[in-house]
Write a protein that binds this ligand. Structure first.
Ligand SMILES: Cc1cc2nc3c(=O)[nH]c(=O)nc-3n(C[C@H](O)[C@H](O)[C@H](O)COP(=O)(O)OP(=O)(O)OC[C@H]3O[C@@H](n4cnc5c(N)ncnc54)[C@H](O)[C@@H]3O)c2cc1C
Length: 502
């Protein structure tokens, strides 16, 4: 049994992704004896980076940091690091070629949302009539306010059904909304919750004109952010143990008293589970005290999605007009993106050949391929966007398979997602799939839920100051007015008998 010889309260955090590191860092700074247990060989979770035996830096996919990631930007300021590129523009390709170019929205005259997104995005082919067919969807975006009721209302239908109901044209759906769902929620529209689709689209694109602006790390996120961050956690007294896979917990009087990890047992006054859905399902399978509780058994109703990340070193320079690119129309239910790493990563700036990353989301069928088959597919796809890729020779590569890696916000899944608090007094949850009213998504959400779980620990154990969590940027005034009117109408309708399916 491991217990620190100290008067400090002990907190065990399980999982060293954005969520777990967020909890661990804040709690360590508040004087807790924090032990962070990570199953993998490196901290970072889905964003971890490492070196190949040849010394090449690779990572589990390239990660963008969007304009509204206020808490992550505050963290990097606190750490005193400058890991990011400038804001970048992006493009979209189909097998027909270049389809869309996005400007830097923050550099354009500010217009009330959604006018800026609508007017400044440069669609090369999509007719105006198709773009206009998105307008009625504004009503659903206003109605979806990230409340519990709104999630319940919209979660049981698919995103595809929602867009169909609101009259979005087939072309706009296939060429704009579905690619966004594949990249933002990792699944095609018929497999995404409409609630998740509305929340994600509003947060990343529609809430404010600059929200779609994005920047990247100037190297792997592991090297640029997680290395200095884990050093700061250790300086604050936290202990990070990699290669420690948690399998069970010990419970007394409705409190988790220890976390079991192979032969080791870590005593705890409070515990934060910051593992993804697949990780939690595996722990629940092995843990009788967790299996005893409905909320944890219910995690088996949740799912995750396969992702594939590839990095190619080419023998020559291929001109890639913009550094980040999303692609649609190449695979029926798989989205993919490619990135010019010569432009984004400092270490490749002067490389004689091109270094390009191509990541595939909802990549189930691609995970069955061997590396050579994957590389052939990637090169074919890249050449479908920019023909010069077809001429280049691949001189080195990395293929990273992430089976069941990312959260699947499937229709009907909301009722099984866990909130930060559990039925155990001192066990809290964090991660990008945890229910929060904050309104953020992806890495920012994972980090925010990590801070929220830390704050629950602090209010339960009564030591230290809660973390400051920056709220999402408020709705613009006209959106606030429309939401108030909508709420008023909804309240008026509340007394009526509910005869139809919600
Ligand atoms: C290819 C790809 C591209 C992406 N692109 C973006 C992007 O551009 N922008 C963006 O914001 N987000 C992006 N995401 C999503 C983002 O990576 C996640 O939202 C975020 O990293 C989730 O963090 P987390 O802490 O919730 O979970 P995770 O990162 O999954 O961390 C959970 C950790 O728990 C550990 N764990 C699991 N089980 C156990 C156990 N039993 N014991 C101990 N440890 C355990 C895991 O090893 C893991 O380290 C992308 C994801 C992928 C895969």
């Amino acid at each position: 049994m491991t217990r620190e010889n100290t008067d400090r309260k002990q907190v065990v955090v399980v999982g060293a992704g954005w969520a777990g590191l967020g909890s661990a860092y804040h709690l360590a700074r508040q004087g807790y004896a924090v032990t962070l247990l990570e199953a993998g060989a490196y901290p970072g979770g889905l964003v971890a980076g490492w070196q190949t035996p040849q010394g090449r830096a690779v990572e589990a996919g390239i990660h963008g940091f969007w304009y509204p990631y206020r808490n992550i930007f505050a963290l990097t300021d606190r750490l005193g690091i400058q890991p990011f590129t400038d804001w970048t523009r992006s493009a979209q390709y189909s097998p027909q070629g270049l389809e869309v170019e996005s400007p830097l929205f923050q550099a354009q005259p500010y217009l009330p949302t959604p006018l800026g997104t609508f007017l400044y995005t440069d669609f090369k082919r999509l007719p105006l009539i198709d773009r206009l067919s998105a307008l009625p969807l504004l009503q659903a975006l206003i109605d979806f306010d990230n409340s519990d009721e709104a999630w319940q209302r919209y979660d049981r239908i698919t995103a595809r059904e929602l867009f169909r109901q609101y009259g979005v044209s087939a072309r706009l759906y296939h060429e704009s909304f579905e690619p966004m769902l594949l990249v933002g929620l990792f699944a095609p529209g018929e497999q995404c919750s409409a609630a998740a689709a509305l929340g994600m689209l509003y947060y990343f694109i529609l809430a404010h004109q600059p929200d779609f602006d994005v920047r990247w790390c100037r190297g792997t996120t592991g090297a640029q952010i997680f290395r200095p961050w884990t050093e700061a956690i250790e300086r604050a007294g936290g202990q990070i143990l990699a290669n420690h896979r948690v399998s069970d917990v010990r419970v007394e009087n409705n409190r988790v008293t220890a976390v079991v990890c192979g032969d080791e047992v870590f005593e705890a006054d409070a515990v934060v589970f910051a593992v993804g859905i697949s990780g939690l399902k595996k722990i629940v399978e092995q843990s009788a005290p967790l299996r005893d509780r409905q909320e944890f058994r219910d995690s088996r109703n949740l799912g995750a999605i396969d992702v594939l990340a590839t990095r190619l070193w080419l023998d020559r320079k291929v001109e890639i007009p913009l550094p980040s690119n999303a692609c649609f129309g190449f695979h029926p239910t798989t989205g993919w993106t490619f990135f010019d790493l010569n432009a984004l990563h400092d270490e490749y700036r002067d490389e004689p050949g091109t270094v390009v990353e191509a990541d595939y989301y909802h990549a189930n069928q691609l995970l069955a391929l061997d590396d050579d088959q994957v590389l052939r597919q990637v090169q074919r796809d890249l050449a479908g966007c920019i023909p010069a890729f077809g001429e280049a020779k691949i001189v080195d590569h990395a293929v990273v398979r992430i089976p069941q890696g990312v959260t699947h916000f499937a229709p009907g899944s909301y009722r099984y997602l866990l909130p930060a608090t559990t039925s155990f007094e001192n066990l809290f949850m964090a991660g990008d799939w945890i229910v929060t009213r904050h309104g953020s998504w992806s890495q920012e959400k994972a980090y925010v839920t990590g801070l929220e779980a830390a704050n629950k620990v602090i209010s339960t154990l009564g030591q230290g100051q809660p973390a400051e969590i920056l709220p999402v940027i408020p709705d613009e005034p006209h959106i606030q007015v429309m939401r108030s009117v909508n709420r008023f109408v909804r309240q008026g309708l509340q007394g009526l008998p509910s005869f139809w399916l919600p």
